[in-house]
Ligand binder design. Structure first.
Ligand code: NI
Length: 168
């Protein structure tokens, strides 16, 4: 397993639409392993393949306190959603920025697991927020898109400065 570099906002690669996985082969298994290691190392509670510049519909999530309950979602689909909830969100591609975002409170999703088995899942709370945030990544969408243009611009400038400072 290896730690993969994470793209930082406003990298245009984060806007790419990820394509569905047709076959769960060894390459996908390696990608999933690398993504899990990258997420835990960061540390973060979710990572989409888009963020490591692989434009396939693969997401890893772990919202457990002990960081020992990985959830792998391949070709995840939001089937149903209910209610509305506000939660603070952050993103490994937008470090040090946290904003309150309004999303559906409960979701029902279907996906394929690492072994290639289809499954369905009901989620609420942090898990629901995280899954929706990660599926957005696969569609080239970021949580800053839910903010006002003014706020988004401010974050963009902050990020550009952060990237510049890193390069120095
Ligand atoms: Ni994110």
């Amino acid at each position: 397993m290896s730690i993969l570099p994470i793209l930082l906002y406003p990298d245009v690669q984060l806007r790419k639409l990820a394509t569905p996985v047709n076959e769960i082969d060894g390459r996908i298994d390696i990608l999933v392993g690398d993504m899990l290691q990258t997420m835990y190392e960061a540390p973060g509670i979710g990572l989409a393949a888009t963020q490591v510049n692989v434009h396939k519909r693969v997401v890893v999530v772990d919202v457990s306190e002990e960081c020992n309950t990985p959830l792998v979602l391949i070709n995840p689909e939001l089937v149903e959603h209910h209610g509305e909830a506000e939660a603070q969100e952050g993103c490994l591609s937008i470090p040090e920025i946290y904003e309150t975002i309004k999303r559906p409170a409960q979701v029902h999703i279907k996906a394929i697991d690492r072994e290639g088995n289809p499954f369905e899942l009901d989620a609420d709370g942090l898990l629901a927020t995280c899954i929706q945030h990660e599926i957005d990544h696969l569609d080239g969408k970021l949580f800053v898109d839910y903010l006002s243009a003014l706020k988004r611009n401010r974050i963009r400038k902050k990020m550009l400065k952060l990237i510049r400072d890193q390069d120095d």
